[in-house]
Design a protein around this ligand. Sequence first.
Ligand code: IPE
Ligand code: IPE
Ligand code: MG
Length: 232
Amino acid sequence: MTEIDNKVAHLAIIMDGNGRWAKKRGLPRLLGHRAGVNTLERVVYAAKDRGIRYLSVYAFSNENWNRPSVEIKGLMKLFSYYARKKLRDLVKADIRVRFAGRKEGLPDSVIKAMDVAETETSDCEKMTLIACFNYGGRQEIVDSVNRFVKEHPGEPISEDAICSNLYMPEVPDPDLIVRTSGELRLSNFWLWQSSYSEFFFTSSLWPDFTPEVLDEALNTFNKRERRYGGLK
Ligand code: IPE
Ligand code: IPE
Ligand code: MG
């Protein structure tokens, strides 16, 4: 067990920099994504050991369809391969897996892998791993509003109405959002939920991210003062 006094219930990570990591080594981008999956595996267990209840990771955005088709195909394959391969270990570690994002447009093999992973881990309780795949924050808000309007025609939209129709209304907002690779933006991640999140940016490329950098992020979070618009 680690010494970290963790106060983060929901940690969200924008796993960025796989392509640059590969380029630096003269490798194809897909090998960067593969290295990124290995990092994800280490970080999942490190987060669980630190008592984090929800770990959400941005794995494929709605805008990532703008990439070359070989890269998209490679990412889809990598996703369904690992979703299946790692399932037994996740169950053993009592980690529940869920997916946030639109299912439309995804290959059947990916949807099937998602269904299997969600079903097989549905009784796990120690930590919930949320993979945001084909996810976009704006699209999530649009989907939420559309769902509410369909079920409550003519009623005014409220914050509660939007909250309760998000993809995962029961998951608390992220306390801390970490982004790797030195980019300082959200890129359409958890737009609604991040209104009072704290941020931690690191220049580490995602495949180079370590549990030590995770601890630095958690320690930094402990020193922040969250005021939610009020006064201390
Ligand atoms: C993040 O790494 C993973 C995905 C977006 C799928 P990138 O692929 O964005 O890596 P860079 O930003 O090009 O280095
Ligand atoms: C955000 O990274 C999406 C994921 C990490 C999955 P991008 O690499 O797609 O973001 P931009 O294009 O640099 O904003
Ligand atoms: Mg990127």
